[in-house]
Design a protein around this ligand. Structure first.
Ligand code: SF4
Ligand code: F3S
Length: 111
């Protein structure tokens, strides 16, 4: 089992989640963070910390494409362990539907 970052993280990227993860298993893309499924210890502490409600346990139904996206990009993107400033327009993107269309596969800057 693992936890999974889902669509509403896209362009919100509040990064509160990385502060609480005891095993530092978040990885950063330009538009979204992802969780390494082999490193996550299923502690669940990140789920309530996300203001965008964008983290779910993989036991929830219908998360297949998000599981694939997380698994794919942890191999490519840099690790992120410290909270950073969210995008200036994060609140405007919170809850917008179909954000996957806006997703960029570019890695995060890590700044
Ligand atoms: Fe990290 Fe725990 Fe969240 Fe897994 S469930 S990503 S170990 S905080
Ligand atoms: Fe994304 Fe929520 Fe973390 S918006 S960066 S999963 S706190």
């Amino acid at each position: 089992m693992t936890y999974v970052v889902i669509e509403n993280c896209i362009k919100c990227k509040y990064t509160d989640c990385v502060e609480v993860c005891p095993v530092d298993c978040f990885y950063e893309g330009k538009d979204i963070l992802v969780i390494h499924p082999d490193e996550c210890i299923d502690c669940g502490v990140c789920e309530p910390e996300c203001p965008a409600k964008a983290i779910k346990p993989d036991t929830e139904p219908g998360l297949g494409q998000w599981m694939e996206l997380n698994t794919k990009y942890v191999k490519i993107w840099p690790n992120i362990t410290v909270k950073k400033q969210p995008p200036a327009d994060a609140k405007e993107w919170d809850g917008v539907p179909n954000k996957l269309e806006k997703f960029s596969p570019a890695p995060g800057t890590g700044d």
